[in-house]
Design a binder for this molecule. Structure first.
Ligand code: NAP
Length: 333
């Protein structure tokens, strides 16, 4: 049996483009004891893949050149030599950008139960996006009822959940996003009190007007000039959750900007880096809460699905162009 894969063939220095990938086909190796064969159904596209493709390791080692691109995916077990993993079982894990994956249980992040949340929702609401939103906000942001919560990439997958979670916790979420259409979806669908399109001239002034008493939490997915600006609108004792750095196009040269240490000092801010994979032990708890809210109609998720492995090479750069509406997935069904 053959396996089609999207492999990393050139290392990008910033955002991965189609020329950094290639499609190939290889023989599927025989299963060893304890292994099982997964057929991928949905491949996840994540901004973090940019970091995984770079030469410098971040919180994980770089993807080796010539290997299938590291990715999370939803797949179905079609053969198993692991007595605890049954054929027909559906899993969310590290199955990479390919049609099939031979793996062991160490690659599985969650076992999927579709009785409440449909299959693809396990790669967004109950995938790392929902987990990062819930655990990042609750554990690092420590929101109190009534808090003002600022969120960047507010219309994106993580941002859409942070807005709704903040609302469900009795807080007031405010968003930053790129376009008027995304502003609309933030306020009409994701629970935001208001969202500011940063493409508008004068957005920093609008942010200052919205802040009034200052933001108690900034859930930041972009860093750069957005962080520089937001720091000056934080309330005393505010918490910053650094969940992403999407606005920094390259780490090759050290980024520079305004010096902000005085803002941190004077406002007594707490600034915490957050990586969802440090919190795997809390995934089941977060999934329970998010599933309950989903069943109660208190949280929704959106997906932006394209079809076929051929779409994968341009998918990461598409995310950085902001072209996605909801969680970017590639369906192989
Ligand atoms: N730390 C963790 O464990 C963890 C886990 C999951 C995700 N994340 C981070 O969460 C963030 C969102 O991830 P996601 O999967 O939900 O993706 P997403 O928000 O659905 O898509 C990425 C969004 O980033 C925004 N963006 C891209 N380039 C930008 C730029 N130069 N300046 C400002 N905004 C830019 C765009 O939204 P606009 O159109 O609004 O600009 C785009 O739609 C990413 O930074 C990701 O790395 C972190």
């Amino acid at each position: 049996m053959r396996n089609r894969r999207v492999t990393l063939i050139n290392r990008p220095t910033d955002i991965p483009l189609p020329e950094h990938f290639s499609l190939d086909e290889v023989e599927i190796p025989a299963l060893a004891d304890g292994e099982f064969l997964v057929r991928n159904l949905f491949l996840s596209v994540d901004p973090a893949q940019r970091g995984w493709a770079l030469a410098e390791s971040n919180y994980s080692n770089p993807v080796p050149l010539g290997a299938a691109m590291r990715a999370l995916a939803i797949g179905e077990v079609i053969a198993s030599l692991d007595p605890e993993v049954n054929v027909g079982e559906r899993l969310y894990g590290w199955f990479d950008w390919q049609e099939f994956c031979v793996c062991g249980r160490d690659k599985v992040l969650r076992y999927i139960d579709t009785s409440v949340v449909p299959l693809s929702g396990h790669a967004s609401l109950l995938g790392i996006n929902g987990m990062a939103a819930y655990l990042g906000l609750v554990q690092s942001g420590r929101p109190q009822e009534g808090d003002a919560i600022l969120v960047s990439t507010a219309a994106g997958s993580v941002g859409s959940f942070v807005g709704q979670i903040a609302r469900n916790l009795g807080c007031h979420p405010y968003g930053l996003t790129s376009t008027a259409e995304k502003v609309k979806v933030c306020t009409e669908r994701y629970g935001y009190e208001c969202a500011i399109p940063y493409s508008d001239q004068g957005w920093t002034l609008k942010l200052a007007n919205v802040a009034q008493k200052g933001f108690n939490v900034f859930f930041d997915n972009v860093g750069g000039r957005f962080l520089d600006t937001a720091l000056r609108q934080m309330a005393v004792g505010g918490r910053i959750v650094q969940c992403g750095t999407a606005s920094v196009s390259s780490w090759a040269n050290e980024p520079s900007g305004p010096r902000n240490e005085r803002e941190i000092l004077v406002r007594r801010l707490n600034w915490a880096g957050f990586v969802v994979f440090d919190h795997i032990a809390q995934f089941d708890h977060a999934a329970k809460v998010l599933t309950r809210w989903f069943a109660q109609g208190k949280i929704v998720y959106d997906e932006d699905i394209c079809y076929g492995l051929e779409d994968a090479p341009s998918a990461i750069s598409g995310l950085y162009a902001g072209s996605n509406n909801g969680k970017k997935l590639i369906s192989l069904q």
